[in-house]
Design a protein around this ligand. Sequence first.
Ligand code: NAD
Length: 500
Amino acid sequence: MDLTLKVIEGSRQDLFIAGERVAPRSGRYMPSYDPTNAAPWYEVADAGADDVDAAVQAAKRAFHDPAWRRLTQTDRGKLLRRLADLIAEHADELAAIETRDNGKLLKEMRVQLRAAPDSYLYFAGMADKLHGETIPVNKLDMLNFTLREPIGVVGMISPWNSPLMLLTGTLAPCLAIGNTVVVKPSEHTSASTLALAELIAKAGFPAGVFNVITGKGATAGEALTLHPDVAKIAFTGSTATGRRIAANRLVSCQMELGGKSPHVVFADTDIERAVNGVVAGVFAAAGQTCIAGSRCFVEKSIYAAFVEKLADRTRRVRIGHPTDEDTEIGPLALAAQLDKVEQYVDYGVADGARLVAGGHRPRRDDLPGGWYYEPTVLADARNDMRFMRDEIFGPVVGVVSFDNESELIGLANDTHYGLAAGVWTRDIDRALRFARNVDAGTVWVNTYRSAAYMSPSGGFKESGYGKRGGFEVMREFSRLKNVVIDYSGATQDPFVIRLC
Ligand code: NAD
């Protein structure tokens, strides 16, 4: 199987429905751009509602087909293990595709894709461990139990920043449970999900279990979320889109949305490690991570020294082509994203924040036409500044000084997001108090952006709801049915409820 860039370059990528590549009914395609030079490098099908319906019908048929429905959980686990092996074999090719599509560092995408097989193996092992419970009731001749069942067709919508890693978190458990899936990847990064479809077919999953619809959010994405045969939606993307999806249809959703995460530095910490942690938290992936620690709170006694060190490290961040091993920041994924970052830095300066590093598009002859932006530090920030309230999704951090721990918790939680938080301190009591009191689905102490597929992740507040990762996601994507059996043989008064 050839998944190399040369096969995709210049190609027209069709949809993947019922195990086959299918042209969109409208015949329309749209370009996918290389963020390093803003040039289109392949075309992807621009699906309409009729294509979405075909994919959902294929997934629905597959869900009821005995080839999938009557497959044992052990056999589903075996299929997932085969898929894990195939992903391992092709991890570097998949990583190269993602880097070409979203401009993120090749070394980062390789780590993500080389780790993906472990995630599939983890959920392969879960396939036969999902079960209901027997519940004792007050009537001794009654059996009361629960069944854990697949839900049906799951519609998945993914963003462009880590397409396959984010998809894995919901796809692997869905396949382990026995659901079928229609994925709508971001229109900016469709190629890796289509490549994955080839691997899923090769692993032996029945046709229709996994389908890919490509196209725009407002058309293909919206048609998928509105389709009455989609039983559950797994959405990863912006809070604005999540809100629209949730309002559109009464259907169970798992929402992984945006963030504006607090990253806290106490004076008792190792300042060099903390600077490194803050840089990792907000500048990795050019800030295009939902968990970006974009609001940095620093204890007053070390504030000036910390800002100086952070600014110094930020100025030394190596901007370059994402395939170069030495590069630390590549381009942003989209032209619109570059404009947005620039706009928000302007808002910050206009609101009175002090620009101490970055703040420009780099002017370099060796980066022609790419969507690059310097990592940027805005000191003396406040929570009420616009760039501190809205998610920017770019390499921009605001730094705020705080006096004490109780003030800090108020500042950290003063946001409508609640995805992640980080704290640097040597005081374990303080770390635990922070972890308890901060409104965030994930809290890191003396580390940041440490991900594990065995951890339940997911935000609070407007960062979303529902979990992925760990066993929790198996509950999220299965449904719980209660069965009550009366084996007393007695006939009851038909007009009185039977309390048991
Ligand atoms: P986006 O909301 O613009 O798009 C995400 C996906 O939704 C894309 O596939 C898009 O085509 C689709 N979409 C857009 N409009 C739609 C509609 N009306 N109906 C259905 N689908 C629609 O987000 P993005 O710019 O691609 O990604 C960046 C955002 O994703 C950021 O806000 C980031 O924080 C968030 N994100 C969250 C997580 C998380 O785990 N919480 C992870 C990664 C990214």
